[in-house]
Design a protein around this ligand. Sequence first.
Ligand SMILES: [Zn+2]
Ligand SMILES: [Zn+2]
Length: 336
Amino acid sequence: VSVRAAVAHGAHDLRVEEVDEQPLGRGEVEVRPLIGGICGSDLHYFNDGAVGDFALREPMVLGHELVAEVVRAEAADAPAPGTLVAIDPSRPCRRCERCRAGAPNLCTEVRFLGSAARFPHVQGGFRERLVVGREQVVPLPDGLEPETAAFAEPLAVAIHAVGRAGALLGKDVLVTGAGPIGLLVVLAAARAGAASITVSDLHPTPLARAREVGATATVDAREPVAAGLADVAFEASGSPAALESCVRALRPGGRIVAIGMGGGKLPSVGGPLVAREIELVGSFRFTAAEFRTSVRELAAGIGVRPLLSGSFALDDALEAFETASRPDATKVQLAF
Ligand SMILES: [Zn+2]
Ligand SMILES: [Zn+2]
């Protein structure tokens, strides 16, 4: 039996076509995706045929930001058919050193939906039926709409990044890059008690959206950012120039959390980094616990809806990806 899916064959070659249904194994759940958010990584596969070092080497179903309905399960404690669930796209091995050290986001054997990091690639979730592990399905709390719940994955990325920053209570924060992740960091940092949140970006529309979700100030990324503005900086654009702005903006002893995957080279920030003892830490994905926290935060009303800039049917996936690639778009979703 086959189902329809949005399959990337290479750069600018996205096809909605039939793919084989996946076998349901022990400890697994078959779901019917309802909403799929298009992520920056999906857009990289679509536009460049690769995300950083991970290039497409075979056709791959995209998508990992999913809300779905349970169809059937081979797991005793699985939610009943018909239950609405958010899908945690991460399936860590639970055996490697990183997993055992409590950092499953750094698992070397992780299977992450819609990722070309491994070969064969891990096929993604923009498809009419999907099989995942029992531990990957998180039932939606009552009243949480699927369109909102589909932000669980990127919000979990932001929650993990805020965790990497340390306590934010009363701190001044800078966020470079007002794409979906930058904006979700604004929401999560505000939730964590930041005193002020300044956001920089090259485009006016994302900056307007940043103010809508709680930024206290916005700056054009082409202007030099004020020195000594912040205690903590989140670099969410992937641009080396933005990393330089972060170093400049920080007070002595400040910390930069790098989330953007620029692929470019690090700028020469060594001098100021050393003399002001600035810390630079990376932040990658999230843990299962953070994913569950994210679902709870969404149910509690953290205001992600201004980020939703469009919704398309699966058959119109190509148009959806083109729309999502525009600089004024934030989050575009597929509705199955
Ligand atoms: Zn994502
Ligand atoms: Zn592992």
